[in-house]
Design a protein around this ligand. Structure first.
Ligand code: CAA
Length: 258
């Protein structure tokens, strides 16, 4: 598959990398780019050679938001019925873990897309923000919900109402990101983390991701029931049999991802 606004590669065993590539617009997310990102994610999701996906931008900008030049001529009805924002939920249906590697600007839709990742690694220069109010609108791809869950109501209000940016260290403090590294190494460290995950059994990877994400949707008792279902399901896999036998035999397990 060839793309015009993103680059894809497999930089390490089991790792699929998607790089946003509109440097002239600080990776502003237009319809074409959003479509290509989700298509590439789905391609990696169904590729048995990939077990973990990394989503990154450039050192200067993960993404400076939805493309304002594209949205300028768009009215409410078009946004509601025909714009790609209605389609961003495609990312939440990816079964394999997605790690965002964020450097520089992660603003508006860029911040929202980062927060849709399962884990985030930031460079020391990363800046997270939801500046939509400065152009007369508001976050529309999850910002009011995901940022509020991550940093709490008071700070989320300040970020969205007063256009306050969060630094990488602040994002780390609030648990929005997993780790912070110098700009020279954040991407290689993210790939290493993805490679480590890719050494784990594939079905367990997906069912853990699935159950953790349910924690945001379900009550505790519903979530615990959901977790049990995934837990029992893993007892039917070849990897469960291999993993436990390898432990007893004191050898390294060889995963089949089934
Ligand atoms: N959409 C379209 N183009 C953008 C863009 C965006 N979101 N962000 C930056 N660009 C373009 C600029 O127009 C400029 O292009 P030209 O050279 O053709 O003029 C180029 O990228 C470089 O940008 P700047 O010259 O502005 O770079 P800077 O370093 O001076 O400033 C910045 C960087 C602070 C990120 C600034 O570009 C900026 O404020 N961008 C807009 C941020 C924003 O408001 N994002 C929210 C968008 S709305 C949204 O995302 C809705 C939603 O919830 C889904």
């Amino acid at each position: 598959m060839s793309y015009e606004t993103i680059l894809t590669e497999t930089p390490a065993p089991g790792v699929g990398l998607i790089r946003l590539n509109r440097p002239q617009a600080l990776n502003a997310l237009n319809s074409q780019m959003s479509g290509e990102i989700f298509t590439a994610m789905q391609a990696f999701d169904s590729d048995p050679g990939v077990k973990c996906i990394v989503l990154t931008g450039s050192d200067k900008a993960f993404a400076a938001g939805a493309d304002i030049k594209e949205m300028e001529a768009t009215d409410a009805v078009t946004m509601m019925t025909g714009h790609d924002f209605t389609d961003w939920a495609r990312m939440t249906r990816i079964r394999k873990p997605i790690i965002g590697a964020v450097s520089g600007w992660a603003l508006g839709g860029g911040c929202e897309m980062a927060m849709m990742c399962d884990m985030l690694v930031a460079s020391e220069t990363a800046k997270f923000g939801q500046p939509e109010i400065t152009i007369g609108i508001m976050p529309g791809a999850g910002g009011t919900q995901r940022l509020t869950r991550a940093v709490g109501k008071a700070l989320a209000m300040e970020v969205m109402l007063a256009n306050r940016h969060l630094t990488a260290q602040e994002a780390l403090h609030y648990g929005l990101v997993n780790r912070v590294y110098p700009v020279e190494s954040y991407l290689s460290e993210t790939i290493k983390l993805a490679e480590k995950i890719a050494t784990m059994p594939g079905v367990a990877i997906q069912l853990i991701k699935d159950a953790v994400n349910r924690a945001y949707e379900l009550s505790l008792s519903e979530g615990l029931t959901y977790e049990k279902r995934n837990f029992y399901l893993l007892f039917g896999t070849e990897d469960k049999a291999e993993g436990m036998k390898a432990f007893v035999d004191k050898r390294k397990a060889e995963w089949k991802d089934r």
